[in-house]
Write a protein that binds this ligand. Sequence first.
Ligand code: HAM
Length: 421
Amino acid sequence: MKYRSIKGVQDILPPETYLWQHVEQTAKEVFSLYGFKEIRTPILEFTELFIRGIGETTDIVEKEMYTFLDRAGRSLTMRPEGTASVVRAYIQHSLNQLPPPQKFYYVGPMFRYERPQKGRLRQFHQTGVEVFGVEAPEVDAELIEMLVMFLKRIGLDGLSVEVNSIGCSKCRPAYREQLIEYLKMGVSGLCSDCQRRYNQNPLRVLDCKVPSCKEYVKGAPVILDFLCDDCRTHFRGVQDALSRLGISYKVNAEMVRGLDYYTRTTFEVTSTSLGAQNAVAAGGRYDRLVEEFGGPPTPAVGFAIGMERLIALLKDKMEIADRGPQITFVSIGERARELAFELLSRVRRQGISADMDLRSASVKSQMRRADKLGSRAVVIIGEDEIERGVFKFKDMKSSEEQEVTEEGLIGFLKDFFGGNG
Ligand code: HAM
């Protein structure tokens, strides 16, 4: 074969696309119950946006971005995530003028140059949400509730919600010092990236994917023990609100998340069948990012769902039915073929999905094709039928046949599909 898709970059084919449509539609329905509106940001942004937003010493920025110079020599990056772009758009278009909280959702491809493996791709899709303007811990809990509602509605169970708080600029410095002290003792055993960044950004050592680093940080101090009063109260508030909403959760004091913009609440939803490392969805608060990007001080919180991981879980559970046309025209002879071609268009204009084989194949092969496509019914038109102005209608489910007049065809089909869909 001459051309193949790029490693870690997938085609999504029918009938799996039905599943994607179903999941995206359900997400939109659930999110709109909570007042979210769709935002579409570009795939390309200035590289600087992600360096500043996600953090210079994160894995994403250090090793995973698709970055290139455009023809004018500007450094551009294909978005590795959605939050930085939404924050940029929020400031650029003064979306803070809308009454707070301002709530947005997005759906689209993201790009990270990771080592492709199960649940890890180079082009993957996220459905994400971001809420701006409210600091109250109920917002965090409500977001987690919405995520759980969505995941349940599409039929997932066996999910576990983990939450943590990673503090703020007030409480982090003391923790940072302690962490550096701890890391210093074992620094020679850390990977070269972590040896470099343990001083610069020690929190990033905590989410390093290298097994020896992972093992070592198991004994590290946890930020939860260092929270300032405000952060502690906030985290307590998140947990109380989750309990009031009836959401089961676990506190995972070791969860730090791999992006630098987080403050306070972080959370992940994992599924036992994907393996603990592979979160289906993850998010958190980022109360400083809007300001860091030059906007007014604005608390914010959000999450993103990894669509491929979600679809993989769903595919294991449900069979995807391919959807055939409602009606297939089968024609015998040139005159019938011409008439069927016109009827095809008339039927479609009535909102009924219709199809015919335009290759002038035999009746037998046309019938076989209709059957294979899963056509709900067939209309057969031959010379004789044209003369008499009466067509043969076959219900492919019951195999019952009946005659329908040419003038009555559209009305008949509308009645039939009105009842049999
Ligand atoms: P993230 O944890 O980097 O967070 O990604 C969120 C989700 O995207 C992951 O839990 C996972 O399901 C999926 N994902 C990430 N990388 C890959 C990959 N290479 N292949 C397949 N799926 C992947 C963010 O992106 C934040 N922007 C989330 C957020 C929104 N925080 C606040 N607002």
